[in-house]
Design a protein around this ligand. Structure first.
Ligand SMILES: Cc1cc2nc3c(=O)[nH]c(=O)nc-3n(C[C@H](O)[C@H](O)[C@H](O)COP(=O)(O)OP(=O)(O)OC[C@H]3O[C@@H](n4cnc5c(N)ncnc54)[C@H](O)[C@@H]3O)c2cc1C
Length: 429
């Protein structure tokens, strides 16, 4: 019996698109549950992490900038849920640690107040040790310890999807080159299934929608219609790196994380500020714009973002510099009562734009997250459920998907409804 299961187990193959928290949690979760089949992970960014990543520099190995989530919270007690299963091993392995900084809020007149009751601040807070990307790095390392190595492919945008007559998924890059052919596909990001791909990447069609037309799977059609209707809000982020002298001023501020209350967001055009001291005495400061400011500057990427590199777009040149100057001035005004003038202008400054920073409710319901008839499944912070729109939701959705995928990958699940044979291949295929 064990022998039979093992042979089925190792024969099935799975590709996961996206190495953010959800994608890394699904691969680590599968290994933790003993699945030893072939696993590949495809990510357009230069490393794992997605919106919980850290910007690093080859020339400056001590530098890491948490340019998305600066930390994350687990609200398990309030949600009356056990913490994610992989939490303990990640803490024990030193990949993540409790976040112990002070939180505060800023009022419209620039005055400081106790923290707001925000969904991002409830429960226990944690951070990646030495950078937020360590959370995903740790998940992948745990996965590797528990089974055959997870094949990682960074810096690779999956551009085309198609299905063979035998029902296997084919992944191709922008040039039409075959990247992988697998039994099962997991999308941990909505990008390949959402109209924003048309806007952001200038594509003519939504890749998964094109395939779904051939598959004629009502559950997948329903999932795609729901994913297509998920809206999200954007953020532009000003990233500052201050030398050791200026860093002291930042570190003397009586908070590490500052949230702007709604009137302050409207006045200053900023929503959050995070102060991230580096071990060598320097200090990183990241200021997130308000939604309104980010939406007004959606076309200004930040020349060092993964998407700008993928598109071969060098950011927006002058517009990027203008937005950096505007956000710097806004930050200076907001902190006028607390910070010496000149510190912001003297820092090394960069821009990062998150086109879809936070999804908006309700997200993709449970019943549509695994479409067995088409051997495709979804995870990520846009899945309806506890922790929605946060690291916790992404993590939980990945672990939950691993549990529900397992019987399918092991051939123990009921036979799915047969799907229509695709009428043709992707023209690139
Ligand atoms: C500015 C900001 C601040 C935040 N602050 C907090 C916070 O304080 N606390 C908190 O809990 N959460 C916070 N969040 C939200 C948190 O970052 C996300 O909920 C979480 O990281 C989402 O993880 P994910 O795996 O679902 O998605 P993602 O991190 O988006 O991962 C998806 C990955 O898929 C990759 N990808 C997509 N399509 C393709 C493709 N076709 N080919 C190859 N790769 C592809 C992307 O590059 C990405 O790396 C913040 C987010 C932002 C932007």
């Amino acid at each position: 019996m064990g022998m039979v299961n093992r042979s089925i187990e190792t024969r099935a193959s799975l590709a996961v698109v996206g190495a953010g928290v959800a994608g890394c949690a699904v691969v680590a979760g599968l290994r933790q549950q003993g699945w030893l089949g072939s696993l590949s992970l495809w990510e357009m960014g230069r490393g794992p992490g997605g919106r919980s990543s850290a910007r690093r520099s080859r020339q400056d190995p001590d530098l890491h900038i948490n340019h998305g989530a600066p930390c994350f919270n687990l609200d398990s007690a309030a949600l009356e849920l056990a913490p994610p299963r992989l939490l303990k091993p990640l803490l024990a392995g030193g990949w993540i640690e409790p976040w112990c900084g002070v939180m505060a809020s800023l009022g419209v007149d620039g005055s400081l107040h106790p923290p707001l009751d925000s969904p991002l601040g409830r429960g226990q807070l944690f951070q990646g040790r030495g950078g937020m990307d360590q959370l995903c790095g740790g998940l992948l390392a745990l996965g590797d310890q528990l089974g055959p190595p997870i094949e990682r492919h960074f810096g690779t945008l999956v551009r085309h999807l198609s299905v063979t007559p035998a029902g296997r998924w084919r992944l191709q890059d922008a040039g039409g080159q075959l990247l992988d052919e697998v039994d099962w596909l997991v999308l941990s990001s909505t990008l390949l299934a959402h109209p924003r791909a048309l806007l952001v990447l200038g594509w003519q069609v939504i890749p998964l929608l094109e395939v779904a037309r051939q598959l004629q799977d009502p559950q997948l059609d329903h999932a795609l219609a729901t994913i297509g209707s998920i809206r999200s809000v954007a953020r532009s982020a000003l990233l500052l790196v201050s030398g050791a002298d200026a860093a002291r001023h930042w570190q003397q501020l009586p908070f590490r994380l500052l949230e702007f209350d709604p009137p302050a967001q409207q006045r200053f055009g900023l929503s959050r500020l995070s102060i991230q001291p580096l071990e060598d005495g320097r200090c990183v400061v990241v200021a997130h714009s308000s939604t309104v400011v980010a939406e007004e500057h959606l076309g200004v990427y930040g020349s060092r973002s993964a998407i700008a590199l993928q598109l071969g777009a060098g950011g927006a040149g002058e517009r990027e510099q203008q937005l950096i100057a505007w956000l710097s001035e806004a930050l200076q005004q907001a902190l006028a009562d607390h910070l010496e003038p000149g510190l912001i202008g003297a820092a090394d400054r960069q821009l990062m734009r998150w086109g879809a920073a936070f999804p908006l409710q309700p997200g993709l319901p449970d019943a549509l997250q695994l479409c067995a008839g088409s051997r495709i499944a979804f995870c990520g912070d846009a899945m309806a459920g506890p922790g929605f729109g946060r690291v916790e939701g992404a993590w939980r959705s990945g672990e939950a998907l691993a549990a529900s995928l397992l019987p399918h990958l092991q051939g123990r699940a009921p036979t799915p409804v047969p799907r229509a044979a695709p009428s043709g291949q992707n023209p690139q295929g």
